[in-house]
Design a protein. Structure first.
Length: 212
């Protein structure tokens, strides 16, 4: 069981956003520490601290992506949830490959943030509660995909948007969306971040590629 007294380290350059999220999470029983910038958090970081970080992507100076890339963040071992008003597939894939626990697009329902925070803390604090199936199970799920679905998945994991995937495969963007939906259903992924975690767990998709 996760402790509702876990600490959430909230980083956002907009004071009103920091305060509204702080109040919401505090009302749910979490300890919340807020910072106006990523450097402000890092200058006060304690290697012994636990919990998770919730940070905006677009901030002056050090962005959320820069924050994820910083070796000091990796050394802390805290899971990082990114929030952004400009989410897209390339950003999500890049962020997850850098180690982001999840990514939420603004405006989001506060309950979505709460669910993501609790899920993230569960994955990191409870043994046997991974964020995605293990390599073998992930590979098995990917093996159920058709050749076209596999092609769409690979391009998706390369960070390519639907229009680029459609152009490269010679199909319509709508058809790409249909294949994406089928990939999500067959792999039992409940979100793009979940799909990316499975892809990474499988070792960049170790399943045999279908040839027909």
């Amino acid at each position: 069981m996760i402790s509702e007294r876990s600490t959430i380290y909230l980083i956002d350059d907009e004071e009103d956003v920091r305060e509204s999220l702080r109040l919401f999470l505090a009302e749910e029983g979490f300890r919340v520490k807020t910072y106006a910038s990523a450097p402000a958090f890092l200058s006060n970081a304690d290697p012994k601290q636990s919990g998770c970080v919730v940070t905006d992507v677009r901030m002056p100076g050090m962005s959320g992506i820069d924050f994820l890339s910083d070796p000091a963040v990796g050394a802390l071992g805290l899971p990082v949830i990114l929030i952004t008003a400009h989410a897209d597939i390339p950003l999500a894939v890049h962020a997850m490959k850098l180690g982001a626990a999840d990514l939420l697009e603004k405006p989001f329902n506060p309950e979505d943030l709460l669910r993501t925070v609790r899920h993230t803390l569960s994955r990191t604090s409870e043994q046997g509660a991974p964020g995605a199936p293990g390599p073998e199970e992930s590979t098995t799920r990917f093996a159920s995909l058709s050749l076209r679905e596999t092609e769409v998945l690979r391009l998706l994991m390369d960070g390519q948007p639907n229009k680029t995937i459609a152009r490269e495969l010679g199909i319509s963007p709508r058809t790409v969306e249909v294949h994406r939906a089928s990939v999500m259903k067959k792999t039992q992924a409940d979100s793009l971040s979940h799909l990316i975690r499975m892809f990474l767990a499988a070792g960049s998709f170790a399943a045999p590629i279908k040839t027909r």
